[in-house]
Design a protein around this ligand. Structure first.
Ligand code: CDT
Length: 301
């Protein structure tokens, strides 16, 4: 038994006017709650420090730079790192990253119990569009503000297990999980900001969106014999509603814990990383059963 007590730290809406200091205070409150419940590892949403700003159009892209972090930790996020170290808790959260040479990514990091950043992932599947689209009910300008990630889908050893990260739209792509699965991943953590309606397909509402969310997570978990921890930013941000759906899926593909609200709150669950063994050693023993000679269209070979 290799038990990790995970806290999926859902965040309610973050309004445009909220400051980093206010948001970090909310994250610290969630962490203290998780610590009281004995958590080893806390996972926050995609773009956890700000509102989901890609819904706002700036003709001049540089006007969006204030949503980005040029330093991690920086002066406003250092208190979060300090508190995590005090609690001896590992963490993962998403933020908008501005690199020293001017590149923009939708990023998440993995921080170990000592407060050291041991892993970085940059979102690869960027949904939406890069110019103002008047046909849409609202904008989703991730392709305008971010470049596709350039780090692949690595995994990291931490807390006695093998961890991977992806971000929001990545969870809908089987390749995301499989690339980490091939490296033996035991827990994939991800944050998401998913509007509860489709901006291009008015009749697709929250029920269908939630179904596709669950379908993606459960399939990814089962087909790669891995835990999946998915954490929402939820509720109405300046009138734009994001669905909830924070949940933990076991390596058999079952949802073992989920939150039923759209506010700040932690979902704590004990995950046994050894529960991944059965699937990895039997039906999804990739070395024995994959037939890559027939996957050329996928691998590009
Ligand atoms: N943040 C993010 O990736 N959201 C997308 C919305 C897709 S609609 C353009 C998602 O896949 O949930």
């Amino acid at each position: 038994m290799r038990r990790i007590r995970v806290a999926a730290a859902q965040m309610g809406p973050i309004q445009k006017a909220e400051t980093r200091e206010q948001v970090v205070a909310r994250m610290i409150a969630l962490m203290d709650d998780a610590a009281g419940k004995g958590a080893d590892f806390i996972v926050y949403p995609e773009l956890a420090l700000t509102t989901f700003f890609p819904r706002w159009y700036h003709a001049d892209r540089a006007e969006a730079d204030h949503w980005f972090e040029a330093q991690m930790p920086g002066p406003q996020t250092q208190p979060l790192f300090d508190r995590a170290r005090e609690h001896g808790m590992a963490m993962s959260f998403g933020y908008a990253e501005l690199t020293p040479d001017g590149h923009h990514f939708n990023t998440s990091i993995l921080v170990d119990k000592s407060g050291a950043i041991i892993g970085k992932y940059r979102k690869i599947h960027l949904p939406g569009h890069d110019e103002y689209d008047e046909e849409r009910a609202f904008q989703h300008l991730e392709k305008r503000y971010f470049e596709p990630g350039d780090l692949g889908f690595p995994v990291w050893r931490m807390l006695g297990g093998i961890f991977g990260m992806c971000i929001c739209n990545d969870r809908r792509w089987p390749e995301t999980y499989r690339v980490m699965g091939l490296q033996g991943v035991e827990m994939v953590v991800l944050g998401f900001n998913t509007p509860s309606v489709n901006s291009q397909k008015g009749e697709e509402g929250i029920e269908q969106r939630m179904f596709h969310h669950r379908l993606s997570l459960q399939a990814g978990a089962y087909q790669n014999a891995t835990w999946v921890v998915a954490v929402a930013k939820a509720g109405s941000e300046d009138g734009h509603h994001l669905m909830g759906g924070t949940m933990i899926v076991d390596p058999d593909g079952f949802i073992v814990a989920q939150l039923g609200h759209e506010d700040d709150g932690v979902l704590v669950h004990d995950c046994d990383l050894d529960a991944t063994r059965f699937g990895k050693e039997t039906i999804f023993d990739f070395a024995r059963h994959r037939r890559i000679a027939h996957y050329g269209l996928i691998t590009g070979r």
